[in-house]
Design a protein around this ligand. Sequence first.
Ligand SMILES: NC(=O)c1ccc[n+]([C@@H]2O[C@H](COP(=O)([O-])OP(=O)(O)OC[C@H]3O[C@@H](n4cnc5c(N)ncnc54)[C@H](O)[C@@H]3O)[C@@H](O)[C@H]2O)c1
Length: 435
Amino acid sequence: MRVAVVGAGYVGVVTAAGFAEFGNEVVCVDKVPEKVEMLSKGEIPFYEPGLQELVGKNLKEGRLVFTTDAPQAILDSLVIFIAVGTPPRGDGSADLSYVEEVAKEIARNLNEYKVVVTKSTVPVGTSQRIKEIINISKNNNTGFDVASNPEFLREGSAVYDFMHPDRVVIGTDSDAAKAILRDLYRPLYLRETPFVFTDLKTSELIKYASNSFLAMKISFINEIANLCDALGADVHVVAKGMGLDGRIGSKFLHPGPGYGGSCFPKDTLALLRMAQDAGYHFHLVDATVQVNQKQQERAVEKVCQAVGGDLEGVVIGFLGLSFKPNTDDIRESPALYVAKRLIEEGASLRVFDPAAMKNASQVLGDGCIYCRDSYHAAEGAKALVVATEWNQFRNLDLVKVKEVMNGGIIVDLRNVYEPDKARSLGFRYVGMGRR
Ligand SMILES: NC(=O)c1ccc[n+]([C@@H]2O[C@H](COP(=O)([O-])OP(=O)(O)OC[C@H]3O[C@@H](n4cnc5c(N)ncnc54)[C@H](O)[C@@H]3O)[C@@H](O)[C@H]2O)c1
């Protein structure tokens, strides 16, 4: 099948390479020429484990191409995935200008029947709006169908998630589109991946409901951790005890400095906005967002208290800047928020992240010292803050860390160390809800 994916970001490149791997002929379009040039050479403009290999293999085997030529890609394809960004506007609503721009481009190049699929996360009603835009803007009688196929991949394990999704959601009112998409996803269908077929609106809402629920789970365990701090209980054991209940599940019960990334913050706000526009106040998601904002500030206060209240001139080793491990994505990163606030409070920050140093330096500028590794970051520090749970931070030689530091405080915002072990090595250990 000939497929176009418009938008060569985290979702677009993974989707394009994934469908190429399934044996389709895929063209991935982006409007940024430098990005397309890099991708055409098999270089990935962002950090995502396993993606370079998958892209390289499919480029070499001739099933995948990257281009800036959207009209040609549309003309040549039966299925067109819209995978451009839907960033938040000032009022929390999703900015749909990129999506609408692509819809107009499709209308201008509708030479024969096509299925237009929204893979971007879009508010309820957007796929219907795309249908209207194409109908108004096209200059012939060619037929087309619209479908919603939200993406649930996680950055850091995006390739695995594309190949092994928990479910595939397809919303459409067209039997033809349903059959074509089922055919496209045949390798997953054969593997007995659950498929949810529904209408456009329900499909769009499934994505927001899923992300908001996960965000709520994080805010919930963060509040339990805060309560553990106040009551002297251990959040890890509470989470374990809760998570063993099959109705709750153990995932997303890890406390930290709040959720971040390109999805949860914007999708929770967009759901609130969508509900408000529909005349409904979504109390739970509202609280989820507020708890998350407070949690980030709470993390700053933890560091401040750990060093005695005044951060002015205090040297702090700071590990982790990306919003989660295995990515260089710093969008809405709580780690970056904490780093910025510590710098504002006068701390002298020595930062290290395995993948996000370049992106973070564009935000932090010359306000901190960029270090070559974790031990370099710890050098001369009064406190070491762990802000993102990269595996390599879990496996640090803490004896060596203690030797190079000038003080023995660990503020473990991700609970990666065992408090007793850290204390037995002479550290003063501060975790999140860990007695
Ligand atoms: N990143 C994730 O983990 C994730 C997961 C699930 C869903 N989503 C959703 O998928 C969508 C894309 O997210 P992303 O993180 O891949 O975004 P991104 O910002 O990484 O990439 C978007 C790309 O689209 C390109 N683009 C914009 N307008 C274009 C146009 N008219 N023609 C061609 N290219 C254009 C941009 O240049 C950019 O490269 C969003 O709606 C997001 O909410 C993201």
